[in-house]
Write a protein that binds this ligand. Structure first.
Ligand SMILES: Nc1ncnc2c1ncn2[C@@H]1O[C@H](COP(=O)(O)OP(=O)(O)OP(=O)(O)O)[C@@H](O)[C@H]1O
Length: 235
């Protein structure tokens, strides 16, 4: 498959035993595009991310990912016995050193924590280190698996602004898995809903930023319906 897309998936099927979690799924992501993936619990969002990250290869169908891929998970997964800056450049070529780590930490406003141990960081700080570690690889594709799910609401709002800024500076394609419809509507160019193993619906929000949730109130209601949420009942 030769194309100018960063992600091109055709007919992707993933089975666990006799159960197909992804069924003939198709997905395109353009360079620099910010895509959010919503879906009910167990719908296969994390499974799709793992496949795209190359962490699960037992699939059928075709997919290509053009370029370097970085992943950030809900838990920051820092090595506790390495200082923060060493976590940022972990696994990179040995000549990539402290300067590179400091630059990335500066971008997530944590340069002053470079020599700290991971256990001394707050949840939001640890997640910012995880973002720095993802970005230092200069990925063409950034896979984010509920990276803000464990954070409190205020920290999450700060992280949204940070991710938006970093994305505008680096312009990787992003696939963000989230349970938070508002987060998807605030950040993404395109919102996808995964259901029955496929992309069941798609909403194009376009590029204008900064976003106001009130601009997308109709899409919000429709996405909640797609997810089987009765807004009135939960209000
Ligand atoms: N290694 C595995 N072995 C067997 N079944 C699995 C495995 N990993 C995931 N599953 C199943 O695949 C389905 C999809 O899981 P996945 O984690 O991708 O869902 P999700 O949409 O990310 O869910 P959530 O929103 O709750 O995180 C679930 O039913 C899960 O139980």
């Amino acid at each position: 498959m030769a194309s100018s897309l960063t992600v091109e998936v055709r007919g992707l099927t993933k089975e666990f035993g006799d159960r197909a979690v992804l069924r003939e799924l198709d997905l395109d992501i353009a360079p620099g595009e910010f895509v959010a993936l919503l879906g009910r619990s167990g719908s296969g969002k994390s499974t799709l991310l793992k496949v795209l990250a190359g962490l699960d290869t037992a699939v059928t169908g075709e997919f290509t990912v053009d370029g370097q891929v970085s992943v950030a998970f809900q838990q920051p997964r820092l090595l506790p016995w390495r200082r923060v800056w060493r976590n940022v450049v972990l696994g990179l070529h040995p000549v990539v050193g402290r300067d590179v780590a400091l630059k990335a930490l500066d971008e997530v406003r944590l340069a002053d924590h470079a020599d700290a141990w991971p256990r001394t960081l707050s949840g939001g700080e640890a997640q910012r280190v995880s973002l720095a570690r993802a970005l230092v690889r200069e990925p063409e594709l950034l896979l984010l698996d509920e990276p803000f799910g464990a954070l409190d609401a205020l920290t999450r709002m700060a992280m949204h602004r940070l991710v938006e800024t970093l994305w505008q500076q680096h312009k990787p394609a992003v696939l963000l898995v989230t349970h938070d419809v508002d987060e998807a509507l605030l950040l993404a160019d395109r919102v996808l809903v995964l259901d029955e193993g496929r992309i069941a619906s798609e909403y194009i929000l376009g590029h204008p930023r900064p976003r106001e949730l009130s601009d997308h109130i109709d899409v919000r209601a429709q996405v909640l319906r797609d997810l089987g949420v009765n807004e009135r009942a939960t209000a």
